[in-house]
Design a protein. Sequence first.
Length: 316
Amino acid sequence: MNMMTKNFSRRGFLGRSVLATGGALLGGVEGVRAAEGEGAGEMPMVSVFTKHFQGLDFERLADAIVATGVKGVDAPVRKGGHVEPERVEEDLPKLAAVLKDRGLTLTMLTTGINAVNEEQHTEKVLRTAKALGVMHYRMNYFRYDLKKPIWDQVEEWKPAIKDLAALSKEIGIGAMYQNHSGKEYFGAPVWDAYGVLREYPVEQMSFAFDIMHAMIEGGKSWPLELALVKENVGAYYFKNFKPMEGGKFQDCPLKDGVVGKGYVEELKKLKWTGPVSLHVEYLKGSVKEEGYLEKAIAATKGDLATLTEWWGASQG
């Protein structure tokens, strides 16, 4: 696989069906309520994955996030992100300082890291993040070659995951692997990735549990997947989608899609107080286009309002 690049680590790094009907899934989400009630707990601080603000300088980025009402930032630190990995030691502290000056918190990173090597600047990125108080980072994906035996590929990736977990433990930062829909993604059915990640403490290696992708892959079985991984979750992602003809789907605002309040009710039962990341990935365009920035701010505010309503909390 393409992740098995030449290793420069000082450790010697080793190297469903689609949707039947939207209505059935929506009923599944809203219908998941335990007999004991809705659960309790305050809404955790929400972070926003700032991919849709990519291209802004740090000052304008911080101002845009303040305008959304979100307090936390899930920042892309990867090729083409807010911070390029090779410049992380110079630029990530600058970003963190600008955010702090606006009353914002850099809570987690989304990275291109799935190995310990110089090519991915692994150690430099993780040590810089930890020094700035960041406790979690999302890993890059592993992708299957469907022409090869599947479990053999998982076994091939295990040494890389073990090496990354060991470095993360040494530094004191938690790696997270996102379940992503698609026939080539390790973790798309959740069970395959769980079989590997469960070997590590959650503080060291965990899931970034993505409800949208879990529902695309598993349909009404998403409560089963959530129940499976709940002790191994580092962060919960919020985004939404609509089913389309031909088994396709379309990203959409949080209030408009298949995912509903039932997801929040499950997290409240778990008394979840950890990281929550809001993804506004349905917007098309870029910050270079006239009017886009205003739309991006408004969309983020709208999704935050929906999440706040689902949680039964008031916006501070």
